[in-house]
Design a protein around this ligand. Structure first.
Ligand SMILES: Cc1ncc(COP(=O)(O)O)c(C=O)c1O
Length: 389
């Protein structure tokens, strides 16, 4: 198989009469004129029988789905209107009232929120685990356990899920395993290789990569599971818009190059912060003292572009640090060209109460950093002046 750098740029556009466009065209159409009723019926009932209506399938979105399926090694893929759209389609499409979900305690706040909502409103029980041991999984298993939910690199604490161990145990217990691979991207990790049934992405982040699109991906190891969620996603109406799909396709061409630079800048920032007197608890999987460092070295092809740290002065000092940054911006996203910082307790994880925040590893002084593509010297100067007292 060719390498990820090569496959990322080889996105196939449909052939014309003797040539084909280098970029996939944007099929900005809601509906398609069908040659006969059978064509229309087939396209509305099956994800892979042509095109009739863009909530069911669209050629630009299909090109994105095939590109991600190729990069992740999936049987098929569903592009959604956001990462949360993909997560909701998978959870609501696969779970029923009374089912039991086993989820990592350190997850993106929105995912945490959906799971809590499912528990409150639909009687779907949720057990939280650290995500690094089979004993822990065995201790919470019940007859109605259906689904295991993990993040390859957790948001924002960068905990590493033990994918080989947990996914093997999940399969043995008959669970459907779902892994959010947003922070790692298929450049650093392909969770299907360790047995993940479903791989999730907020394509808003590294896949799109330019802070100009909101989109999501659910990728499936098994075509039947894909068809179930596709049918539910069609009814839920969380389909990706063709222009959004095109923007993500455009971003993917430079994904491996960008991810390498994000990882490099994150590593340099992590080492800078680790030696700073105003800073404690720097978490980036590439640091030797990170609890998941050995595991990350084994299952990832790089340590990711996100890090977090605690300001020793707590919430007020963290807020002052953010306000003093001149070049780096406070914004609730990650994976774009610009370095962004965020205060998770008041933003991405605002739905968590004090106990849940503690379990999620988030303190009042915790700052998440998404390392961008800038020259490191400029980042260093900005962080140093903002941390100086
Ligand atoms: C790990 C992770 N998963 C899912 C999401 C949700 O994605 P979106 O904002 O595209 O709905 C996010 C958003 O920050 C995220 O960080």
């Amino acid at each position: 198989m060719t390498h990820v750098e090569t496959r990322a740029v080889q996105v196939k556009a449909p052939a014309l009469n003797g040539s084909s466009p280098m970029a996939v065209p944007i099929y900005q159409t809601s509906t398609f004129a069908c040659d006969d009723p059978d064509v229309c019926a087939g396209a509305l009932r099956h994800p892979d029988r042509g095109y009739a209506y863009s909530r069911h399938a669209n050629p630009t979105t299909r090109a994105l789905e095939q590109t991600i399926a190729d990069l992740e090694g999936s049987a098929a893929c569903l592009a959604a209107s956001s990462g949360m759209g993909a997560i909701s389609a998978v959870l609501l499409g696969l779970l029923q009232s009374g089912d039991h979900v086993i989820a990592q305690s350190r997850l993106y706040g929105g995912t945490h929120g959906v799971l809590s909502d499912l528990a409150r409103r639909f009687g779907i029980e949720v057990s939280r685990i650290v995500g690094t041991g089979t004993d822990e999984l065995a201790s919470v298993l019940r007859p109605r356990s259906r689904l295991l939910y993990l993040e390859t690199i957790a948001n924002p604490t960068t905990d590493i899920a033990d994918l080989p161990t947990m996914l093997a145990a999940s399969r043995a217990a008959g669970l459907v395993s779902v892994v959010d691979n947003t922070f790692a991207t298929p450049v650093l990790c392909r969770p299907h290789e360790y047995g993940a049934d479903v791989v999730i992405h907020s394509a808003t982040k590294y896949l799109g990569g330019h802070d100009d699109v909101v989109a999501g991906i659910a990728a499936f190891a098994d075509a039947d599971l894909y068809r179930r969620v596709w049918q539910f996603g069609v009814n839920l109406g969380v389909v990706a818009d063709p222009f959004a799909s095109w923007l993500v396709l455009r971003g993917i061409k430079t994904l491996p190059l960008r991810v390498a630079r994000h990882c490099e800048n994150a590593g340099r920032l992590a080492r800078l912060l680790a030696g700073h007197p105003q800073v404690t608890n720097v978490r980036w999987p590439g640091l030797a003292d990170h609890p998941g460092h050995a595991l990350a070295s084994r299952i990832l092809d790089g340590f990711g572009g996100v890090l977090c740290f605690d300001h020793i002065g707590g919430r007020a000092a963290a807020a002052e640090f953010v306000a003093r940054l001149r070049q780096v911006v406070l914004a609730p996203s990650l994976g774009g060209p610009e370095t962004l910082v965020l205060h998770p307790a008041s933003s991405s994880h605002r739905e968590l109460d004090a106990n849940e925040l503690r379990a999620a590893g988030i303190g009042e002084g915790t700052i998440r950093v998404s390392a961008g593509l800038e020259h490191f010297g400029d980042l260093q100067a900005d962080f140093e002046q903002a941390l100086a007292i």
